[in-house]
Design a binder for this molecule. Sequence first.
Ligand SMILES: Cc1cc2nc3c(=O)[nH]c(=O)nc-3n(C[C@H](O)[C@H](O)[C@H](O)COP(=O)(O)OP(=O)(O)OC[C@H]3O[C@@H](n4cnc5c(N)ncnc54)[C@H](O)[C@@H]3O)c2cc1C
Length: 341
Amino acid sequence: MKGDILIHGLGVAGATLAYLTSKLGFRVVGLDVAPYYRKACGDVVTLRSYTWELLRATGSILTFARRFEVRVGGVEVAYLNLGPVWAVVDKPKLVNTLRSMAEAEGAKIVKGKGAPEAGSDGVVVDARGPYAHNLNESVLTVRFIAKARWDDDSALIDFDPANLGLYWVFPLGDGRINMGAGFKKVEDGGLLKALTLKYYRRLTGENAQVLDVRGAPVAVEAPVKLVEDGVYKVGEAAGLVNSTSGEGNRYAIHSAIALARAISKGRGVKGYKELLQGVLDEITLSRLLLKLVEKLGPKTSTKLLESLPQEFWAYYFKGRLTRRTLLRVLRSNLNILLPTV
Ligand SMILES: Cc1cc2nc3c(=O)[nH]c(=O)nc-3n(C[C@H](O)[C@H](O)[C@H](O)COP(=O)(O)OP(=O)(O)OC[C@H]3O[C@@H](n4cnc5c(N)ncnc54)[C@H](O)[C@@H]3O)c2cc1C
């Protein structure tokens, strides 16, 4: 045995970490308040070789999103056919299977609520997702699963710059959709549900046949910290969530892989940070973009969003929007800046 690892929270990040580290020969204990994971999500995971591997191993892929429509205030501004860029997953199956796979490798999974604290020996990890943070650093989000006539490969995102957030409609396969919304300026869950249902009616002319509804916070403004007071952090507990899209699943998986690697190679915090540099850059950029939209106000940021070229949206959906790619897009589309400055 290689040493002890105590993981608080067994969502995407914690369950992945528990599986990987127990497989590497560590003595792992994983603690979660919920014996069965069923947290609300848009159920989309951006494809990379490492996410693909994990999704396949857990048999959790339902369909793929290939076509993407972007709207701003209900008006279409871009439409892209990008091929299978997102896997749409059965997320409870993904997380609960990872927990079982960790147990099969010798990890001990226990039900319980804890506040992670560094001990004298062993590694302690905070993987409590948005619940590791003060809720005023999060945006409340609701998602509906509904029956609908919807293309099984089409995803829609509609930005609302006035409320600082977005509506989404994603395919779920089998004649179902996953739709929802989250706005920095709408804190009331009841209002958020009503707005989402109204949005769907406006979009399709039909009432949604709702099968399930759930809400959860997304920590879009939480500080990014990979370690604090000797406790490692992964996933949303580390602040790894994209402020402009709400994407967090890929980062949760990536951070768990990076931490497992850093621990097993004895590379500590420095190694962990190095392995996550790309993700950290993406998230810093998303925080800057959210601040920019907030600062510009709804009218100007609507104009800006409307004028962004297809190339920008391709990077956005592929999860490849970095400072470098953004500069490239801006340089070859200098006219974007003209109406706004
Ligand atoms: C409505 C909604 C839609 C979203 N859509 C998408 C999407 O389509 N694509 C995407 O990439 N991301 C999406 N996200 C974000 C994504 O769900 C999260 O970023 C991701 O789940 C983070 O994984 P995690 O493991 O860090 O945290 P979580 O998955 O939240 O897991 C945290 C775990 O910690 C446990 N826990 C909490 N407190 C304690 C405690 N005190 N002690 C022990 N255990 C505790 C919880 O029970 C849970 O199992 C969405 C989020 C929401 C809310």
